[in-house]
Design a protein around this ligand. Sequence first.
Ligand SMILES: NC(=O)c1ccc[n+]([C@@H]2O[C@H](COP(=O)([O-])OP(=O)(O)OC[C@H]3O[C@@H](n4cnc5c(N)ncnc54)[C@H](O)[C@@H]3O)[C@@H](O)[C@H]2O)c1
Length: 481
Amino acid sequence: MRQVRTLGLLGTGVIGGGWAARALHFGIDVVAADLKPEMEEWIRGAVANAEPALARLTVAPLPPKGKLTFTTDLNAMARQVDFIQENIPEQLELKRRVLADVSRHAAADVIIASSTSGLMPTDLQRDMQAPERLLVAHPFNPVYLLPLVELVGGRQTAAATLSAAATFFTYIGMHPLTVRREVPGHLTDRLQEAIWREILHMVNEDVATTGELDDSIVYGPGLRWAAMGTNLIYHLAGGETGMRHMLKQFGPCLKWPWTKLEAPELTEALIDKMVAGTQAQAAGRSIRELERLRDDYLVAIQQVLRQYNIGAGATLRALEERLYHSAAAGAHAALTGAAAGPCGALRLVETEVRTEWIDYNGHMTDSRYLQVFGDATDALFRHAGVDDAYRKSGRALYTVETHVTHHGQALAGERVYVTTRIKQLDDKRVRLRHELYRRSDATLLASAEQLYLHVSSVEGKAAPFGAELHERLNALQAATR
Ligand SMILES: NC(=O)c1ccc[n+]([C@@H]2O[C@H](COP(=O)([O-])OP(=O)(O)OC[C@H]3O[C@@H](n4cnc5c(N)ncnc54)[C@H](O)[C@@H]3O)[C@@H](O)[C@H]2O)c1
C-alpha cells in the first residue's frame, strides 16, 4: 500500500468532520468532498471546534498540521488522494453507487473504507472496480477523540487491505479492532443496540425515565467500562474462581425475563417520551455546550487511563511513543545534517496553556511551568535514548536542581513551545536550559535551568552515564550549544 499523506473524505457531515479533525491533527492532508458546497464552511467549523480538545490530548511533539481543501467534485478528490474514507448517509443503494463511481477514478492501490455503522462490506463492494481494496472502517463519534475503529473485510477484501488500513489508523492514534467475520452491526453497535432496545422498552412501559436509565450506567458500569469490558468485569464478579463461578451463580438468570432484545414499536408517544426525557437531562444546555463537556472528560479519562497503560490510555501511550520517536528521529536527522556547525536549541514540546493551568490572576500557575519544562526534559532524554528499556536496565536521571525565571505571562488558550539546550555535561551530570515561548509572537515567557544526575537505581547512588548515552548527549551538547 502507498504511504498515506493525503486522506480523501467522501461526505463531510458529523463523521466526515471528525475524520478530518483527527487526520489534520496528526499531519495528514485532507481533501474533503461533499455534494453540498455549503459543507465547506461546516467542515472548517467542525475542525475548529475539535481543536481545543485535541490540542490537550497530548504534549508529545506533533508533526505540522495537515492542510484541508474542499471540493464538490468527488472524482477529482478520488484522483488526488492516497486513502478514501466514505461517510455518506447510511443507505445501501446510495453507498454502493457512489463507491462504485469513485472506485473508477481512484488508483487501484488506493484503499477505500466505509464508515458504515452496520452495512456489510460484501454488499458495499459488489459493483466496485478493484473491490479487494474496500473495507469497513467504523469509527465512533467524536472520531477525533475516540480511538476505536472496527475494521471489517467483505468476501472480496484482500487481507493486505485490512493490515494496511490498520497501519494507517494506528498512525493517526486509533485502535483498529479487526472483526473476524462480517455481521450486520459489526461488534460494538450490536452491543449498543441491545442496551438501546431495553432502554426503549423501559421508557415505553414507564419503568424509568431516560435520565434514570442514564444514571444507571454513568454512576456504575460506565466507569468500569472505560477500561474493562463486560467479560473481564464479570470474571472479577466471580471472586477467586472468576468466570466459572460467575456463570454458575448467575447462569439461571439467563432463563429469566431480564431482557427483551426485540425492539418495541417506535410509536409517537414513545418518541415524545424519549425527546422530553433527554431535553430534561440537557437542562437548557445546547448541543455545542454538551459536546464541549463530553470532549473535556474524554480527554481527561484517556489521560488517566494512560497512567495505567490500559484501554484507550494504552493507545494514547503507544501514540506518544511513536510521536516522541519520530520527533527524536527528525531532530537526529537535522543534527546529522548540521555537521558543519551548531543548529541551535531543540524544539521538542509544543502545547496549549489549558484553562485548568490558570491561577487566580489569570496566568499560568507556577507548578505548570515545572510540568512543561519537565515534559521538555523528558522529550530531550528520550531523544538521547533514555526510554523504557533504559530505565528497566536499572539506570535513570534524577532532578537535582531547578531554577525558573519568569519573563512574561502565559494566558489560557495560548500556544506555547519550549526550546532546550544542553549547557553542561560531565560523566554523571547534565545541565539543561529550557526557554518557553509564546508561539504567536515568539515572546520569551520563562526560562529554566535544570541539573540532572545519572543514577543506578539498583545501587541507589550516582553512576556514570552509559557510554552510548554519554556520546549522544555529547553530540547534542555540541549541536545545541
Ligand atoms: N453519526 C454517528 O454517530 C456515526 C458513527 C459512526 C458511523 N457513522 C456512519 O457514518 C456515515 C455518515 O454519518 P453522519 O452521521 O456523518 O451523516 P451526516 O448526515 O452528518 O453526513 C452525511 C454527509 O454526506 C453528504 N452526502 C450525501 N450524499 C452524498 C453523495 N452522494 N456524495 C457525497 N456526499 C454526500 C451529505 O451532504 C452530508 O454532508 C453513515 O454511514 C453512518 O452510519 C455515523
